[in-house]
Design a protein around this ligand. Structure first.
Ligand SMILES: *Cc1c(COP(=O)(O)O)cnc(C)c1O
Length: 405
């Protein structure tokens, strides 16, 4: 087979499976060994040395210990790297573990301890940077202020596009240009490699909370970074030292989930289009944040940078926090829960939940509700949201009546 010629949908099904036929199996093997037999002290020691410093296993060597190497995890990493157009992938126990390893590795490799972060960002990422826990100083800025924020000691620029939770789009190529050689990390969790390839646009790293679309079934927590081979070695070394490895069962589920990623993302995207257009007609909704609407994409990035608008929507409710509270309590088909990208639809209030740790000046408005559209029939989703939005009116009528008394 000539794997480089495969189209993305075929890659999603076949990537990272090159060794299966030689193993005599068809489905992905799940290797749960925490430790591995050593061929001898010398070769074992050499294997340890190579793997702990971020290298690959060599012929006749051992995988030594599961914190250093696991074949099930490595197959998932290979598949994800192919889908992201990266040389290699490095997987972690969560998206935040991946982000932490990136920050530690980049600061260590460059000797620089300053990061520029384009807001908005996922609340956990914003919090990690603001916490100072890693000894890294952060300058937050808007996309058009990155050039001014970069300093001599800047090790990394971090951005999300579409950004969590308001789905703002950032021109990745433009940020790479003004970063002038400082590596740019794009959190590609919302777009997925089905819609966007940050590495092709000049980003040094494409990071995922694999917990979301890559897993896609709400039953795995994981993170992964696609990048060049040199960066991957630094990340594997950091992972070996700090220990935030992905469990092989999680890697198995993530790799299995990749097969259907393109189909899921396209189907969810089509439903989200229907739901977003319908939301725009509702009197309770004062604003719909959805990259498929021209007013949300002033730079025209959907169709160029990003193949489609994706399946995430955020809305602002005229009734503010109380309306959000009524709506999230009233849904029956959507689940009121954090996270996103699953086959089932989720709804949550970013200011109270996912973005709670964000400093107040950057926290999303209390009127904002975020929706992750799943694989249900969009007519059922619209019916559920109709019921939920109607309950806002009912709740506020009850309140008005109570006040009048
Ligand atoms: C959820 C999320 C993360 C964090 O990932 P975890 O797997 O929850 O640690 C990072 N970035 C984005 C955009 C997310 O939505």
């Amino acid at each position: 087979m000539a794997p480089m010629t495969l189209h993305p949908d075929s890659l999603a099904v076949h990537a990272g499976r090159d060794d299966l036929a030689s193993l005599g199996v068809h489905a992905l093997p799940l290797d749960l060994s925490s430790t591995n037999p050593l061929p001898g002290i010398d070769v074992g020691g050499m294997s340890y040395e190579v793997l702990a410093s971020g290298g690959h296993p060599f012929d006749g060597g051992s995988h030594v210990y599961a914190r250093l190497w696991n074949p099930t995890v490595a197959r998932f990493e290979e598949a994800l790297a192919r889908l992201e157009h990266g040389e290699e992938g490095v997987a972690f126990s969560s998206g935040m573990a991946a982000m932490t390893a990136v920050l530690l590795a980049v600061a260590h490799e460059s000797g620089k301890h300053h990061v520029v972060a384009v807001r908005p960002l996922y609340g956990g990422t914003d919090h990690l940077l603001a916490s100072g826990l890693l000894g890294i100083e952060t300058t937050y800025c808007a996309a058009d202020a990155v050039a001014d924020a970069i300093r001599d000691d800047t090790a990394l620029v971090i951005l999300e596009s579409p950004a969590n939770p308001t789905l703002e789009l950032v021109d990745i190529r433009a940020i790479v240009a003004v970063a002038a050689g400082v590596p740019v990390l794009v959190d590609n969790t919302f777009a997925t490699p089905v819609l966007q390839h940050p590495l092709d646009l000049g980003a040094a790293m494409s990071l995922h909370s694999a917990t979301k679309y890559l897993g896609g079934h709400g039953d795995v927590v994981g993170g992964v970074v696609a990048c060049d081979a040199r960066t991957a070695a630094a990340l594997r070394r950091t992972r070996a030292i700090t220990g935030a490895v992905l469990h092989p069962l999680a890697a198995y589920l993530l790799h299995r989930g990749l097969s259907t990623l393109p189909v899921r993302v396209r189907a969810q995207q089509e439903s989200a289009r229907v739901v977003a257009q319908w939301l725009r007609t509702r009197p309770e909704v004062t604003r719909v944040h959805y990259p498929g609407f021209a007013e949300c994409d002033p730079l025209g990035l959907v169709g160029t940078q990003q193949a489609g608008p994706g399946a995430m929507i955020a809305i602002e409710l005229g009734g503010g926090f109380e309306a959000a509270s009524s709506m999230t309590a009233a849904v029956q088909l959507f689940t009121h829960a954090v996270s996103l990208g699953s086959v089932d639809s989720l709804i949550q209030h970013p200011a109270a939940l996912t973005h709670r740790p964000v400093q107040s000046e950057a926290r999303p408005t209390d009127a904002l509700v975020r929706l992750s559209v799943g694989l249900e029939d969009p007519a059922d989703l619209v019916a559920d949201l109709t019921h939920a939005l109607t309950s806002i009116d009912a709740d506020s009528r009850v309140r008005v009546a109570a006040t009048a008394n």
